[in-house]
Design a protein around this ligand. Structure first.
Ligand SMILES: [Zn+2]
Length: 242
């Protein structure tokens, strides 16, 4: 099994993530977008260039739209011009793309293929296999589990265990016992060990540095990366895991 990680949007806090990955011998693909999001400070072009020396930089559009909700012309512009922008900033080829908010359809996938990328990451979760490099799924999101931490437009206020509820069926299918669903760290370690024991192809961890900060998940993430390091699994960037 390979281990890969990816981090979206290009926040300044991604530099802390990169340092943490380096500390545990892990690799990451950072999908950067020049547009400021959630009021957070973003990396400068110089910081993105320096990050490219240690990790992979992928494109994530220029304005972060839901690509299935804009015109085909606009989607094409976003997909092609963000690749050119990353290549201009890093001085290196940009081979990976990530769909903002995980929104894609057959037409968008085709535009990404035609633009010359090698693959594209979605926000599909609890998967260990990439069947189509342009619909690359993930295994685990770094986000509060099993209980949400704050009000969010994604969850009903009376549904604090929404994150667990929507994943319960697939976790059962994967054979994850309830005792491993009590915290994000328990689930992360168990899923990783399960993937390794059953010879899965890849474990893909992903998230947003600003959420890790907002939800106080740095310590859990570090403990998980320490566990990965001990397991002697090869850590690669996304383009090497498709
Ligand atoms: Zn994003």
């Amino acid at each position: 099994m390979l281990f890969t990680t990816s981090w979206d949007d290009g926040y300044k806090l991604d530099l802390r993530l990169a340092d943490l990955l380096d500390q545990y011998g892990c690799k990451g693909t950072f999908y950067v977008c020049p547009r400021k999001q959630h009021g957070n400070e973003m990396m400068t072009s110089e910081e993105v260039t320096q990050l490219r020396e240690r990790h992979e930089i992928g494109a994530h559009t220029l304005r972060h739209p839901k690509l299935t909700e804009v015109s085909t012309v606009d989607a094409k512009t976003e997909i092609e011009e963000s690749k050119a922008w990353v290549e201009q900033v890093t001085g290196a080829p940009c081979s990976m793309f990530c769909y903002p908010y995980g929104f894609y359809n057959d037409e968008i996938v085709q535009i990404v293929r035609d633009a010359g990328y090698k693959g594209a990451r979605t926000t599909e979760r609890l998967e260990f296999t990439t069947k189509d490099p342009f619909v690359m799924p993930t295994t685990l999101h770094v986000t509060p589990f099993p209980r949400r931490k704050t009000w969010s437009r994604w969850w009903h206020p009376l549904d604090p265990y929404g994150p667990l509820r929507v994943r319960r069926r697939i976790l059962k299918q994967l054979g994850v016992a309830p005792k491993f669903q009590k915290s994000w760290l328990d689930l992360a370690i168990h899923l990783f060990d399960l993937g390794k024991e059953t010879n899965q192809s890849v474990f893909h961890l992903w998230g947003h540095s600003h959420e890790i900060e907002k939800y106080g998940m740095w310590e859990d993430l570090e403990k998980f990366l320490a566990h990965v390091q001990k397991s002697n699994v090869e850590c690669v960037v996304n383009s090497k895991a498709i």
